[in-house]
Design a protein around this ligand. Structure first.
Ligand SMILES: [Zn+2]
Length: 311
């Protein structure tokens, strides 16, 4: 059974978003944030602190080296949005560059990042790829993937040129791993945030709900699901790329617009990812994952992953 949480300020449920910054520019995401802000939502926007020096790994976007973009991101921070970390930049970064990126993040935003998510195939991905799962679940994961390079992700491998696990543990509080279909993330992963002793470089892991692009986001946040999230007193951390179809052709996606307005009228606790996770630790205590819980959680995620084919 999912835990029954008493939310602050008499709120009935919690909802937030971790926005993966892929493809984001001021032009394509500012209108989305204007809507979130005007509806009373305060969420987490990730950034790349440094400009790239190589082509993007799969997808790029604006970085904090762009003055106009940085000014807008800082404005978001002043308005109560959290700024999160999405690796140093949009391609693989060796240790020194990751350190530079973390230092630059702190210089720009006044503190180390509290929440992060790995960016796609960047080699410094921490416990990423097949390292997201263990034991028989890793065997299943590898057997069903065409991408056979199981040693690609090195962020957690001590001594490797891409290693930054110690920096992650020192500076970052929350790292994202599993994604589930249900809008109520806490129902799918009642243990979160949790520490996993076999992944010692990450302080606390969080899970998310499926909202990778505007179509998936709208499906997950459909009216019936919003009402159920509220009735269950649950919590959602939507994992999304807000540059993927939410604002196109000079207008907000109308369905997204109306779903967010509807959600905003509810008595929800709409705070950034780290505030939500801090609160869960405060009321539930620090959770250390047991081997049985790890195996069950990984199995549940693999079922979702094979059903929908995304992250
Ligand atoms: Zn990304």
């Amino acid at each position: 059974m999912p835990p029954s949480i008493s939310w602050p300020e008499g709120k009935r449920f919690a909802f937030t978003i971790f926005d993966d910054t892929d493809a984001a520019t001021v032009a394509n995401v500012k209108p989305v944030y204007d809507l979130l802000r005007d509806c009373g939502l305060r969420t987490t926007k990730s950034v790349w602190p440094l400009a790239g020096t190589e082509p993007p790994a799969i997808v790029g976007g604006a970085t904090c080296a762009d003055a106009d973009y940085l000014a807008w991101v800082r404005q978001l921070q002043r308005e109560g949005f959290e700024i999160g970390f999405h690796n140093a930049t949009y391609h693989s970064s060796k240790r020194a560059r990751t350190l530079e990126g973390l230092d630059e993040f702190a210089r720009l935003f006044g503190h180390a990042p509290r929440a992060m998510a790995n960016h796609t195939i960047c080699r410094e991905g921490i416990y990423w790829g097949s390292d997201r799962v263990t034991g028989v679940n890793r065997v299943i994961y590898n057997a069903t993937r065409l991408f056979r390079n199981t040693d690609w992700f090195r962020g957690h491998v001590e001594g490797d040129e891409f290693f930054w696990g110690d920096l992650c543990r020192e500076r970052v509080k929350y790292v994202r791993n599993f994604i589930f279909a249900d809008l109520n993330t806490l129902k799918e992963c009642p243990l979160m945030p949790y520490h996993d002793p076999v992944r010692p470089w990450v302080n606390h892991w969080y899970a998310s709900s499926e909202g990778t692009n505007v179509r998936d986001f709208n499906a997950t946040l459909a009216e019936a699901n919003q009402d159920r999230l509220e009735a269950e007193g649950g919590a959602c951390i939507m994992y999304s790329h807000l540059a993927k179809g939410f604002f196109t052709g000079g207008e907000l996606n109308p369905r997204f617009n109306s779903l967010i307005e509807r959600l905003g009228r509810k008595n929800g606790w709409f705070v950034p990812v780290s505030d939500l996770l801090d609160y869960l630790i405060k009321v539930k205590g620090e959770k250390i994952l047991t081997p049985g819980e790890r195996a069950a959680l990984e199995r549940r995620w693999l079922r979702h992953k094979f059903r929908v084919g995304t992250t």
